[in-house]
Design a protein around this ligand. Structure first.
Ligand code: PEP
Ligand code: MG
Length: 577
């Protein structure tokens, strides 16, 4: 019988397909038992031997599959893993730990793999450093095979599926073969989690934050995913399948209509032009953004370069990435945000302190001010890339003027170093801040005297203004950028910038929401930056609005006290255009 589950619609689109359950294993996953009795040693050695054999078979099979796709890089990685399994000391060393220390096979694998991966991570040679991640991968494979779990590496998906998992880390998402993964369903995460952002970038429908209800989904179940309304139907009946097939066709038709807006400018009926930009997470996405009609990049989230790595990217590695984005965008603006790590974004090679409230803790600018070495390396790389295009820099999570001034001092130091070294960069580069903490919005008039621009990050501004964790599905119903308190902070920010002759952009999710467009026009937002997949829709909506009625709408809305009243008013307005 079919079962309808409700989650959070985080990336639009409808898909009907087969469920693929993905349970990631990490080398340091918690293990239930660490030691054994003397009498269990031979059994434990047998388990290790079986896991080795199964891992070996898996890798051989994988090589055959990959050979068909001529992916030489992946073949190399798989061969290295096979070499580890055959290595005269690697598996025997695990065996010795079982015999001598009376460890379970799991514990012995963890110890040996961690020892080698740390050893490799500390090496100067880049090639050897990378072997650290190969050994972790082989460790994961052995651990999985110890409990006889079917292979569920994301990169091994080779038929069309709907991916069902607890959560996806950014590196998981990068491994995904977008050709085969038709949609995502996750237990945790909301509209602004990074899984959601990536899903929208790649146009993959997603229903997130399903909570424990998701447990009823079995491998191979037929699923209908409706990312527009956050619905997941498990084992639908024939009527439901036909109904959603029709909806999917309609959607396909309206997407065709929107295409004509891709290369148009965003101009209201009364001739007011708006700059439409895209958010990206890596330089390759800049090309996708241009293809989807972006007139600039309003937010380049540089943390992905750090997250998809096994070491802190060097100045040169960062410079190459930023330069590539800059050259792709040419004279069009490219706003590069300095490292925003912490919160839900971790680095496998960097130990974060254990915190009660990571989103309120050691994150973003706080971390880079504390780790000046990381900050200055990144600033030098961005400044060097500024010689190749129209780069601007912005700092995330600024909460006070003192913090901005400290960051700016380091930025000036980076500039001075480059000048002393006769390295060119754009001397007129603009420096801005994100407005994503209420204290910064409240002090916007003071900030406006010292910065070149603001970019409002509604994803965090909402969570900090309303005290609602952006990742927590239990309180997702409270998370709303149409809350009057959030709207007042947005208004205050835009007005303060205009009074000082500066400009304000928005790179949080609100900028890509068609229903929010009339308010943002009425408030005079200058630059809108969104997931590239939202651009044509927003351009279409803007072309149907006129500025004077949007201003009147804003006046009405600021008289209302609740989200519900505001949403009702907006819906009425939206339906009328
Ligand atoms: C935001 O907070 O709105 C934002 C754009 O930044 P991020 O989603 O990367 O935290
Ligand atoms: Mg943010």
């Amino acid at each position: 019988m079919s079962e309808k589950l409700i989650g959070i619609g985080a990336s639009n689109g409808i898909k009907i397909g087969t469920a693929y359950l993905y349970k990631p294993v990490t080398v340091n996953s918690k293990i239930e038992r660490e030691t054994i009795e003397e009498s269990e040693i031979s059994n434990e050695l047998n388990r290790l031997e079986n896991a080795k054999e199964n891992s070996y078979d898996e890798l051989e099979l994988l090589i055959e599959k990959v050979k068909e796709s001529l992916d030489t890089e992946n073949i190399g990685i798989i061969k290295t893993q096979l070499e580890f399994l055959n290595d005269p000391s690697f598996i025997p060393e695990i065996g010795k730990k079982i015999e001598k220390n009376k460890y379970t096979a799991e514990k012995a694998i963890q110890e040996v793999v961690n020892f080698y991966s740390n050893l490799f991570a500390g090496m100067k040679d880049e090639y050897l450093r990378e072997r650290g991640s190969d050994i972790k991968d082989i460790g994961k494979r052995l651990l999985r095979n110890l409990v006889n779990e079917k292979s569920n590496q994301l990169s091994e998906i080779n038929e069309k599926v709907i991916l069902v998992t607890d959560d996806l880390t950014p590196s998981d998402t990068v491994q995904l073969n977008k050709e085969f993964v038709q949609a995502f369903v996750t237990r945790i995460g909301g509209k602004t989690s990074h899984t959601a952002i990536l899903a929208r970038t790649f146009d993959i429908p997603a229903v997130l934050g399903m909570g424990d209800n998701m447990a009823i989904i079995q491998n191979g179940d037929i699923l209908i995913i409706d990312g527009n309304s956050g619905i997941c139907i498990v084992n639908p009946d024939q009527d439901e399948i036909e109904d959603y097939q029709r909806k999917a066709e309609q959607e396909f038709e309206s997407a065709k209509l929107l295409k004509e807006y891709i290369n148009k400018q965003a101009i209201t009926k009364d001739g007011y032009q708006i700059e439409i930009a895209a958010n990206i997470g890596n330089p390759e996405e800049a090309k996708i953004a241009l293809e989807k009609g972006a007139e600039g990049i309003g937010l380049y989230r540089t943390e992905f370069l750090f997250m998809n790595n096994d070491h802190l990217p060097t100045e040169e590695e960062q410079y190459q990435a930023y330069k590539m984005a800059s050259e792709t965008m040419k004279e069009k603006p490219l706003i590069i945000r300095t490292l925003d790590i912490g919160g839900d974004k971790e680095l496998s090679y960097f130990t974060f302190p254990k915190e009660m409230n990571p989103f309120l803790g050691y994150r973003a600018i706080r971390l880079t001010l504390d780790r000046k070495d990381i900050f200055i390396t990144q600033l030098r790389a961005i400044l060097r890339a500024s010689a190749y295009g129209n780069v601007k820099i912005m700092f995330p999570m600024i909460s006070s003027l003192a913090e901005f001034r400290s960051a700016k001092a380091i930025y000036e130091e980076a500039k001075k170093q480059l000048r002393d070294e006769h390295i060119t960069f754009d001397e007129k580069i603009e420096l801005g801040i994100m407005i994503e903490i209420p204290s910064a919005a409240l002090l916007a008039d003071q900030f406006a005297k010292e910065v070149d621009f603001f970019s409002i990050g509604t994803n965090d501004l909402v969570q900090y203004t309303l005290a609602v964790d952006r990742m927590n599905e239990k309180v997702a119903y409270l998370y709303d950028y149409f809350h009057p308190a959030v709207l007042q902070l947005i208004q205050k920010t835009i007005e303060a910038s205009h009074q000082a002759g500066k400009w304000t952009g928005m790179c949080g999710g609100m900028a890509g929401d068609p229903v929010a467009a009339p308010i943002l026009i009425g408030l005079g937002l200058d630059e809108w930056s969104m997931d590239a997949s939202s651009i044509s829709k927003i351009k279409q909506v803007i072309s149907r609005l006129d500025r004077s009625s949007c201003k009147l709408l804003v006046e009405d809305i600021f008289q209302l006290g609740t989200v519900e009243e505001i949403r009702a008013k907006l819906k009425e307005f939206y339906d009328s255009i």
